[in-house]
Write a protein that binds this ligand. Sequence first.
Ligand SMILES: *[C@@H]1O[C@H](CO)[C@@H](O)[C@H](O)[C@H]1NC(C)=O
Ligand SMILES: *[C@@H]1O[C@H](CO)[C@@H](O)[C@H](O)[C@H]1NC(C)=O
Length: 213
Amino acid sequence: MAAAATAHRTSTSSTFVSMAVVLVVAVACSLLPPSSGADACSSHTFSGNGGGRLYASCAALPRLGATLHYNYTAATNTVAVAFRAPQAKSDDGWVAWGINPSGRASMVGTQAVVAFRRANGTLAVYPTVLDSYAPSMAPAAPGDLAFPVSDVAAEHVDGKEMVVYAAVALPAGKGSKFTHVWQQGSAVVKDVPAAHPTTGDNVLSTATIDFSE
Ligand SMILES: *[C@@H]1O[C@H](CO)[C@@H](O)[C@H](O)[C@H]1NC(C)=O
Ligand SMILES: *[C@@H]1O[C@H](CO)[C@@H](O)[C@H](O)[C@H]1NC(C)=O
């Protein structure tokens, strides 16, 4: 029973994944000048606040048109990431990316980095702990974090996408494979990200990733 259910879920989700990948590639190609080449993911370079950062690996994520660029250092068990996500509305809204160290494909328990534009026009970016389905979204105090997150920065590119940078000291003893969760929402109220849609891609935006690959 369990095996059959697992197989069914796998084949359904891989169909969705293939469709999403085709869409992401189609969108990425339509945005790129032809000279940029076919591999939009690995050829992406970061400018501006990104300071020309380069990442060895990249994954086109299967939901919400997002991309994760990453550098994994096994010796220190750390990963430097740049998470890129389109913004639902050009200048409003928020994006977030995080790791759920429990391994559950759920926002609850995820330690995330969230970014958005404040009412005064500056960018807010900070780690936050998603401790329920209605988390406060408040900046985490250092003692709240199950694993350290540093070098946090954000960049709003061409009014189209938000990039979140972070260095994560991965939880020890769990290897390099983790469940990650990402999200986007269209509203920020009084400098607090408001709830994202609770249907469709917004509740399916999680996957496992092996940072060593
Ligand atoms: C990622 O690793 C490459 C190769 O070691 C290095 O050149 C680059 O600066 C690293 N990027 C970040 C953001 O750490
Ligand atoms: C914008 O608001 C934030 C949060 O209240 C504050 O820390 C920052 O100094 C403000 N920046 C400007 C330029 O007003």
